[in-house]
Design a protein around this ligand. Structure first.
Ligand SMILES: NC(=O)c1ccc[n+]([C@@H]2O[C@H](COP(=O)([O-])OP(=O)(O)OC[C@H]3O[C@@H](n4cnc5c(N)ncnc54)[C@H](O)[C@@H]3O)[C@@H](O)[C@H]2O)c1
Ligand SMILES: [Zn+2]
Length: 357
């Protein structure tokens, strides 16, 4: 099967290519730029930069792997690198790597000469289904994750599923957590598709990956196009995330990969929805848990508590300080059913403590 394409209907519109071998089109996607420079996660570059088939002499900056790339000092180095590479306003930055590299590289592109073009080449499952779509860029500061960033839509996104074969098992499963979120948001058919492709996905079969990434990207592209700056519909993408952020924080950052915490957050959101009387069909919870377990993801807090101390009180305290809560009360995105969520639902502490226990 050939590659799939998803159009993002923003101004200007751009295209996301998903498939096996599509990295060889990355240079062409930069489309007549006066200059091109590559900013890459060091590990992803070592394993996959050759797939770009770049002309020799393409300037390249290697970033420290993972979250260490999202620092102000690294941003400074990236801006210097773009200048040293002679890029001007009509040039294009190519970014290769996971969500961290994409966030850093796109931020640098958005700042350099007040913003130049960027083509994102995500190489983790999480970055392909989530971080490379939607135009958010960020670095972390001492005060918190993603505290400094911009909105800067890419010129194109090239998601080559062949790159996913080298991901560590934990990073791969983290991506599957966001895939599960997309299935809940996508509705009955999307959820069934994931149930049916679970085994092929665990085997990282390229066709299954292409279909799954394309489905997630299409969902996110549609939501983002309707709400570029997150004033309404885009909030549904935070399903499971208030729980997940608390889990990540209480376990100690880095101890539990983001998407794995999101998986647990999905099941906690469904539980909370049932406790609030919002969930249309309680059987949805069992179905969700069964799917998460099949994907090797935690289906509840008990699964994570085998290795991490996650006390209900500590989780609740952390949820209360989540940046999405405007008042003291905790506001959550909760599922009503597959394909329909409610956002800004205020939930009592008592209900949450019972769910977290
Ligand atoms: N901008 C957004 O909308 C958005 C959305 C979701 C997440 N994010 C951000 O994304 C980041 C997480 O992204 P991530 O999960 O991709 O993690 P990551 O970028 O930290 O990459 C995880 C690890 O995988 C390695 N790696 C990358 N590609 C590889 C490959 N093909 N083979 C082997 N190893 C490879 C990296 O070196 C790193 O060690 C977070 O910083 C998060 O804030 C941003
Ligand atoms: Zn997420």
């Amino acid at each position: 099967v050939g590659p799939r394409f998803v159009q993002v209907a923003l101004e200007p519109p751009y295209r996301i290519a998903i498939g096996s071998g599509v990295l060889s089109t990355a240079i062409a996607a930069a489309g007549g730029a006066t200059g091109i420079a590559l900013i890459a996660d060091a590990r992803a570059a070592e394993l996959h930069a050759h797939r770009i088939q770049a002309p020799s002499g393409l300037p390249r900056l290697d970033l420290p792997a993972g979250e260490a790339a999202k620092e102000l000092a690294v941003l400074g180095r990236a801006l210097d690198f773009l200048a040293q590479s002679g890029l001007d306003r009509s040039s294009c930055v190519l970014v290769l790597g996971g969500g961290a590299a994409c966030d850093l590289g796109a931020l640098a592109a958005s700042l350099y000469m007040r913003g130049i073009a960027v083509v994102l080449c995500p190489t983790t499952l999480l970055a392909q289904v989530d971080a490379s779509v939607g135009g958010k860029t960020a670095i972390n500061t001492a005060w918190g994750k993603n505290l400094a960033g911009t909105f800067h839509q890419p010129r194109a996104v090239i998601a080559d599923v062949d790159t996913l074969s080298t991901l560590d098992e934990e990073d791969y499963r983290s991506g599957l957590g966001e895939v599960a979120k997309c299935a809940v948001l996508g509705g009955e058919q999307a959820f069934r598709n994931l149930e049916e492709s679970a085994d092929a996905l665990l085997a990282r079969h390229p066709d299954a990956l292409q279909d799954t990434v394309a489905a997630c990207v299409a969902l996110k592209a549609r939501i983002v196009a309707s709400d570029e700056r997150e004033s309404g519909p885009r909030k549904q993408l935070n399903l499971g995330h208030t729980f997940a952020h608390a889990i990540e924080r209480v376990a100690g950052y880095g101890a539990i990969p983001h998407g794995i915490a999101v998986a647990c957050g999905l099941s906690l959101a469904a539980e909370t929805s049932r406790a609030c009387g919002l969930l249309a069909d309680p059987a949805t919870i069992e179905r969700l848990r069964a799917l998460l377990a099949r994907l090797g993801l935690p289906a509840d807090l008990a699964a994570l508590r085998r290795r991490h101390a996650l006390e209900p009180d500590a989780l609740l305290r952390s949820m209360r300080s989540d940046k999405k809560n405007r008042a003291a009360r905790i506001r959550l995105v909760l599922p009503r059913t597959l394909g329909a969520v409610e956002h800004d639902v205020e939930v009592d502490d008592g209900v949450l403590l019972r769910v977290l226990a």
